[in-house]
Design a protein around this ligand. Structure first.
Ligand code: HEC
Ligand code: HEC
Length: 151
């Protein structure tokens, strides 16, 4: 009985390893290359999620007719009704353009601009605050105790 199993003994020994999950081929790509596989879309989506600090459902609408095992609606990833999905398409196109039309033309490290370059884990990129200029010389003399004694 499951209730009698000692803690931590949820052994999977003997169970066949679960096959890699297959992701359905995307059906509604408008900005990603049409030949992007389901797995590639999935990997990219997880990267976007982490780069922006949001969840799948920030951009993808629920399908109220399709309930998961927990009774909650699954997401309809091909649906375009969430405004943030449209913004993300614009952002993707912009990012590609920055890399292809601008960064590719300068002598650079080759590191591409990504969503994370600007977003850094936040939906709204945080404003950059210029650090105060470092004085070249200390403007106030150190306190007497720290001042070297004249030889
Ligand atoms: C920042 C917004 C955003 C987030 C967050 C996001 N997506 Fe997406 N997703 C998109 C956009 C935009 C597209 C359509 C890309 C295109 O038009 O080429 C898309 C497409 C997809 C597709 C392909 C749908 C189809 O059939 O065409 C799947 C599957 C998907 N996303 C899954 C996910 C999953 C899973 C997550 C969470 C891990 C996620 N997305 C998070 C914006 C997002
Ligand atoms: C060159 C910098 C830059 C890059 C690269 C970039 N973004 Fe953005 N993004 C912004 C700025 C700036 C805003 C506007 C934020 C605001 O309104 O406060 C924004 C806004 C957004 C929003 C809307 C946020 C909101 O509050 O509604 C989404 C979604 C988004 N970006 C997704 C992405 C995705 C996905 C990528 C990568 C494919 C990406 N961005 C790449 C700078 C960038």
């Amino acid at each position: 009985m499951a209730g009698q199993a000692p803690a931590g003994s949820q052994s999977t020994a003997g169970d066949p390893p679960s096959p890699p999950r297959a992701y359905a081929a995307p059906a509604n790509l408008k900005v990603l290359p049409k030949d992007t596989t389901g797995q590639q879309v999935h990997d990219l989506m997880e990267e976007w999620e982490r780069s922006l600090g949001i969840d799948c459902n920030s951009c993808h609408a629920e399908d109220l007719d399709n309930l998961g095992p927990d009774g909650r609606p699954r997401l309809n990833f091909a649906d375009d009704s969430k405004p943030m999905k449209a913004v993300a398409r614009t952002m993707y196109t912009m990012t590609e353009e920055i890399n292809r039309s601008y960064l590719a033309k300068i002598d650079s490290s080759g590191a591409p601009v990504t969503c994370g370059t600007c977003h850094r884990g936040h939906l709204g990129p945080e404003p950059f605050v210029t650090p105060p200029e470092k004085p070249a010389q200390p403007q106030t003399p150190p306190p007497d105790a720290e001042r070297p004694q004249p030889q």
